[in-house]
Write a protein that binds this ligand. Structure first.
Ligand code: ADP
Length: 268
């Protein structure tokens, strides 16, 4: 029977589960909504992934929980902060890109900048969890107000003919009325979307500058799936970003890698 190791990232908005095999290679992932029942939904997300991959629960030898709701998952073998897990995940994935030293993560309700050393340890970090305006929540609310799907934000960004509009609001609730006001004044959704992306990018780059930006810069979290936001971030940073194939599951992957290491350390 082959063994697997799991990382379970219980985020404020989404639950991510990643499996790695005995060699530490990626062996599957699943993303589900966190909802209000974190523990139940996390258990269910793990069950769905195991079922999808025809894996028995006993094959998962060690599971590390991370993220906002990690303390609620008592069945975990260990729990670690999302900063540590994100650092390890980005370090591992970043190897294929020549190594990364700065991580910018935008999550559902917070954003972070992390500086890592060349072994994937956290050297410094800064976090914004006070204001939703620079987070995925802002994008969720904006997409809803504009009547478009989250997945369409990227296309709207690139289809704009005019200059991205300036979004002044510093809070999601005010941004909501600002967006409605802009629509009522006849502005195009494309220019509003681009304006929102630049507003988030400006905030996030200010945060990243607080920890210092070292090459190469890795961008992850669910909002990194949005190509329009990636483009705005690159413009504001004046450099290319490393955006992995699975930006939303880097932290869960890091937790799975650490689950394997802890298991090996305890059993050798
Ligand atoms: P957390 O770990 O805080 O729960 P995530 O890193 O999972 O946050 O990111 C959640 C956010 O990702 C959502 O609020 C949403 O804005 C964004 N997101 C998720 N899927 C997509 C997608 N396909 N396209 C654009 N944005 C997305």
């Amino acid at each position: 029977m082959s063994y697997l190791f799991a990382g379970l990232d219980i985020g404020s908005t989404a639950i991510k589960v990643v499996l790695v095999d005995e060699e530490g290679h990626f062996a599957g992932e699943h993303v589900a909504e966190s909802g209000s029942l974190f523990h139940r939904n996390a258990k269910e997300a793990l069950r769905v992934l195991l079922e999808k991959r025809c894996i028995a629960r006993e094959q998962v030898k060690y599971l590390i929980a991370t993220g906002y709701g990690r303390k609620l998952f008592k069945e975990a073998d260990d729990s670690i902060s999302e900063i540590t897990a994100n650092a390890m995940g980005a370090h591992e994935v970043g190897k294929a890109f020549g190594g990364v030293r700065t991580i910018i993560n935008i999550g559902g309700q917070d954003s972070k900048a992390i500086q890592i050393d060349d072994s994937g340890n956290v050297a410094n970090f800064a976090m914004n969890d006070k204001c939703a305006a620079g987070t995925g929540r802002f994008l969720d609310v904006a997409a809803r107000n504009l009547g478009i799907d989250l997945e369409e934000l990227g296309d709207y960004h690139f289809n704009g003919k005019g200059v991205p509009l300036t979004i002044n609001a510093t809070c999601t609730v005010f941004a909501e009325s600002e967006i409605i006001g802009l629509l009522a004044n006849g502005h195009g959704k494309e220019e509003i979307v681009a304006g929102i992306h630049y507003s988030i990018a400006k905030r996030t780059v200010r945060l990243a500058k607080r920890v210092g930006i070292e090459e190469r810069v890795y961008f992850d979290g669910g909002p990194a799936l949005n190509k329009g936001l990636v483009a705005a971030m690159q413009d504001e940073l004046q450099r290319e970003l490393v955006v992995p194939e699975h930006p939303q599951t880097t932290t869960a992957f890091g937790a799975a890698i650490l689950a394997r290491s802890e298991f090996l350390a305890e059993n050798n």
